[in-house]
Design a protein around this ligand. Structure first.
Ligand code: LP5
Ligand code: MN
Length: 247
């Protein structure tokens, strides 16, 4: 299939950070070679390892906003859904990067098929500790208080939270950090769709389901750790593809 055919690209969980130069390069390559040829690009969260606020002066985070702006300048719209690492991306980021942030559950028309897109963390309802944490950090009053802190303190607090999260993760069984089947079914019903695309779990797969006697598909995007990972969607179908680091 030629890359000139109509297609839309979905990515998530890149966790871009200065400690992973190879992955940062791969994303720059993705922007120059893949994104600009697509009808649209959807980033379904966790593009950044951390986002401390739109006044973040981290050089890599600043440069990535320019990379995103180059995609939209070339005529490909870029849409973004917040992840659990970068939920503080706001209008400052949108304006600088030329990206449009979407609601945490958004139904798009993907070549005629209504398709629900989301980060996926809200589906992990068996992870009770995380759900409590999520409620706390997604609370606008808590976010406002956090944003009132100096950038250096925000960085320190985020690093502390990250450490606590890593410790907590070591104690969690594998299936606790995956999606809950009922939460998935409810998301399909609530949004009246038969197709869902999400990331977060880092378990790339295509799951065929039956919901209320209808067939449905759940596409899970992969992370960008050992390679790039994307979902290539065209009018004829959807395909998970890898983007090797050495490319
Ligand atoms: O990120 P990942 O995939 O490794 O793990 C996630 C869940 N962890 C998180 C935390 C992030 O890794 C780090 C977040 C940085 C935020 C920066 C900005 C802070 C802004 C504050 C604004 C008010 O999302 C992990 C899940 C896992 O996915 C799988 O789904 O299990 O969840 C946890 O590990 C959470 C722990 O269970 C509980 C965390 C305890 C931390 C308590 C700190 C309290 C301070 C609150 C301050 C408001
Ligand atoms: Mn995530």
């Amino acid at each position: 299939m030629s890359s000139q055919d109509p297609h839309t690209l979905f990515i998530s969980d890149l966790h871009l950070h200065q400690s992973r130069p190879g992955i940062n390069d791969l994303f720059r390559q993705f922007a120059e070679q893949d994104a600009v040829r697509a009808d649209a690009v959807y980033i379904l969260g966790d593009l950044f390892e951390f986002w401390y606020g739109d006044d973040d002066d981290d050089p890599l985070n600043l440069e990535i906003q320019d990379v995103l702006a180059s995609i939209t300048a070339a005529g490909t719209p870029v849409f973004f859904i917040h992840g659990n690492r970068d939920f503080l991306l706001g209008t400052g980021f949108e304006n600088k990067a030329g990206v449009q942030c979407l609601a945490e559950e958004t139904v798009i028309d993907l070549y005629g098929t209504p398709t629900l897109v989301m980060h996926g963390d809200s589906l992990c309802t068996d992870d009770h500790e995380y759900m409590k944490f999520r409620e706390m950090v997604r609370n606008p009053a808590n976010q406002k208080a956090f944003m009132a802190m100096p950038l250096s303190e925000r960085r320190k607090m985020a690093t502390d939270i990250r450490q606590q999260s890593q410790q907590a993760m070591q104690l969690k069984a594998n299936d606790i950090t995956d999606v809950n089947d009922q939460a998935v079914e409810q998301a399909f019903r609530r949004n009246q769709v038969q197709r869902l695309i999400h990331g977060h779990t880092h378990r790339p797969a295509i799951h065929d389901l039956t919901i209320d006697q209808h067939s449905a598909q759940r596409y899970v995007l992969g992370d960008w750790y050992d390679q790039g990972s994307l979902l290539y969607a065209s009018p004829t179908g959807l395909e998970l593809r890898n983007k090797p680091l050495s490319e």
